[in-house]
Design a protein around this ligand. Structure first.
Ligand SMILES: O=C[C@H](O)[C@@H](O)CC(=O)C(=O)O
Ligand SMILES: [Zn+2]
Length: 276
């Protein structure tokens, strides 16, 4: 498990491209028959990917957590962005197709990931946060989520937000998680941009081709920077940073938040006159 520290906007504005990518971009999540995990000290969020092809992969606590199991003090959100797969939690098998989600409660046994067809492997994207109590382990699908339609084709940002783990969906201690799908011809996400000082956020981009890129915007609203992001890469966004972007085509992204509150609408929209 890679460990990353928190950063300060006064320092971050001096970072060059390499340093920005080291701190905020997670380049490699999905690797054959591996679980890759990044522990960020920003709200202690763990971001990961599990890609079982020929093996079953177990999510173990490892040395960094000093815990008896991964979920001893944590909760976990899983969304599959690949082929059909299963997650075994304490002997119960959950079948997860593309864009299906599983919330796993604090206190559960180490989840075990597998693919149904090694020629079309599952790609499990993982976000875990510290948890103070237990909420039921629950499967949730895109059909279960209440779609929120935003943007327009004229402004190249027509998209639908699907909220999975949140106050009116699957309940959790602090994790808020879901995904956004852009319509064909729309490339902009989360514009006008916002911050939410009470929560950090992680974005994970998917449905991009090999030669596509997203220009992800980050930084304080008056001091923006960009990261060039590929398919299946994630970006850590501290509370002080915007998180927005434009792609070379339409795409999807999974967003996940952790922190002080779970109120999805508790955002501060950026006044475009202050946006630099
Ligand atoms: O705080 C909320 C998150 O940034 C995302 O849900 C925004 C988003 O998916 C979008 O505008 O498309
Ligand atoms: Zn946000």
């Amino acid at each position: 498990m890679q460990i990353r520290h928190s950063t300060n906007p006064k320092d971050a504005k001096h970072y060059d491209t390499t340093r920005l990518r080291e701190e905020y971009l997670i380049e490699s999540l999905m690797e054959q028959d591996k679980i890759n995990l990044v522990y960020s000290q920003i709200d202690r969020v763990i971001t990961g990917g599990a890609m079982p092809v020929n093996e079953r992969l177990s999510l173990a606590a490892g040395d960094a957590l000093r815990a008896t199991s991964f979920l001893q003090r944590r909760e976990l959100g899983i969304i599959n962005v690949g082929g059909d797969g299963t997650v075994d939690v304490g002997g119960t098998e959950y079948a997860l197709g593309k864009l299906d989600c599983l919330y796993v409660s604090r206190g559960e046994a180490d989840p075990v990931f597998s693919s149904v067809d090694s020629a079309n492997p599952a790609l499990f994207y993982l976000v875990s946060t510290p948890a103070h109590t237990e909420y039921p382990t629950t499967k949730y699908t895109q059909q279960d989520a209440n779609p929120i339609h935003l943007g327009s084709l004229e402004t190249s940002n027509k998209r639908t937000i699907y909220q999975y783990i949140h106050e009116k969906g699957v309940r959790s201690c602090q994790l808020v998680m879901g995904l956004t799908l852009l319509d064909t011809g729309s490339v902009w996400n989360t514009f006008p941009a916002h911050t939410h000082d009470r929560r950090m956020e992680v974005y994970f981009y998917f449905n991009l081709g090999e030669d596509d890129r997203v220009m992800h915007l980050m930084g304080e609203p008056h001091e923006t920077r960009h990261l060039v992001v590929k398919n299946h890469q994630a970006v850590l966004s501290p509370s002080w940073s915007i998180h927005s972007g434009a792609g070379t085509r339409n795409y999807g992204f999974i967003w996940a938040m952790a922190g002080e509150n779970q109120a999805f609408d508790d955002m501060d929209a950026i006044d475009l006159n202050d946006f630099k």
